[in-house]
Design a protein around this ligand. Sequence first.
Ligand SMILES: NC(=O)c1ccc[n+]([C@@H]2O[C@H](COP(=O)([O-])OP(=O)(O)OC[C@H]3O[C@@H](n4cnc5c(N)ncnc54)[C@H](O)[C@@H]3O)[C@@H](O)[C@H]2O)c1
Length: 433
Amino acid sequence: METEKQLHVAVIGMGFIGLPLSLSYAMKGAHVIGIDVLPKLVEEINEGKSHHLEYYQGKSISEILHDQLDAGRFKATTDYQEAAKTVNTYIITVGIPVVNGDPNLSYLISACEQLVSVLKKGDTVILRSTVVPGTTEEIVLPLLEKSGMKAGEDFFLAYSSERIAEGKAFEEFISMPLALGGINEASASKAKEVLSFVTEAEITVSEIKVVETAKVIENIQRDVNIAMVQQFARFSERMGMDTFELIKVANTHKRVNLLVPGPGVGGYCLPNALYYLLPKARELDVNIDMLELARKINDTVPSVLVDMVEEQLKSQNRSLMGSQVAVLGLAMKDFSNDDRISPAHHVVEVLLERGAKVKAYDPAVPGQYPYKVESLDAAVTGSDVLIYLNAQEEFLDIEWDQVVSQMASSPILLDAKHRIPSQVANQVKLIRI
Ligand SMILES: NC(=O)c1ccc[n+]([C@@H]2O[C@H](COP(=O)([O-])OP(=O)(O)OC[C@H]3O[C@@H](n4cnc5c(N)ncnc54)[C@H](O)[C@@H]3O)[C@@H](O)[C@H]2O)c1
């Protein structure tokens, strides 16, 4: 307990991972400094504001943030120098966005460049971002050794993948098993101590490149599983079967674990994963075309959904051109405020390309878009079509009879999440995927 109280850690990157991770350390008694390059974000965090939908033991992330700011165990800054005065451990959580299929390492590189100017002898650096396999040893290590210090001797360097799911961050920082690789035994052992401060789960130690690659393939296996299920869904629709029922039955087999289809695959993690593996696979001349095909299948789901609506309209001698479409849920998954790489935006794009007028509603997503409206009423009133893509708490209480009565005559509803009650199909055309 004595040593636990002495942990002084800086978390680099105050995003979906970095902020709740910082607070998890602070709640355990560590002194934590959160570093981010965005002054406005840092200011908001220091005022106790967060848009994230994370909860722990009945408290929201904003309440936890307030508690930890008040207790003096956490603060955020843009200043690496300020952080370096008190910390000896750094956890890097900046992202690697994918732009036109290419991973952009500039945030990670700039974080390392800023870190190298303040790194001290004896410091520990743990990279937790999801990376192109090889990044810790081929990119981060040489950048940090520009300090003139030797990794593994003068400072310690390790990689540990981050596996939590947004919305369950606080609980999973404690309960999700971790994988860890150090550039030498001393680094792995230092990093294990730091990780054990928060996690109560098993930590598997392996080579850095194994841990980096394992993270990427963990995500790709979900992408491939979902692509496979999308094809099962198309088959089951033509057979006149309920896909969710089909999957439920198949999953009663103890060795089968099919995921469920939806409006596509979104968020920062799954769609990017292939593009982290691809550059290395190409460099090594390894064929991963099955994985590439899965990504393509998932990318086409938004247009497949719009095709379904268009077909239904055509069968009634109507057209998408000029139709008003209400879209419910812009986030990348149910009960999330994260709409990065969300298939919902892709659905909207396809609808707009085909001449529909779109009013999308999502009470949790803070971003502003020309097609976003601020209430359910504004989205559904007078609409010809309603597409339910992702759930939010507010949607659980929807009175569907009321919604249908607000829509135009002969409305069409498409439910990508099996959340619209089946009775609605007695009154209107309900398409389920
Ligand atoms: N979001 C998830 O559910 C999740 C789950 C597992 C793993 N991951 C991985 O964790 C990493 C972080 O993801 P995220 O969702 O938190 O990303 P994010 O974009 O929400 O947060 C990253 C933050 O880093 C900041 N940043 C960029 N450059 C910086 C620099 N030089 N110094 C300090 N801060 C800098 C950005 O301003 C941003 O606030 C990614 O590699 C992601 O793949 C995310």
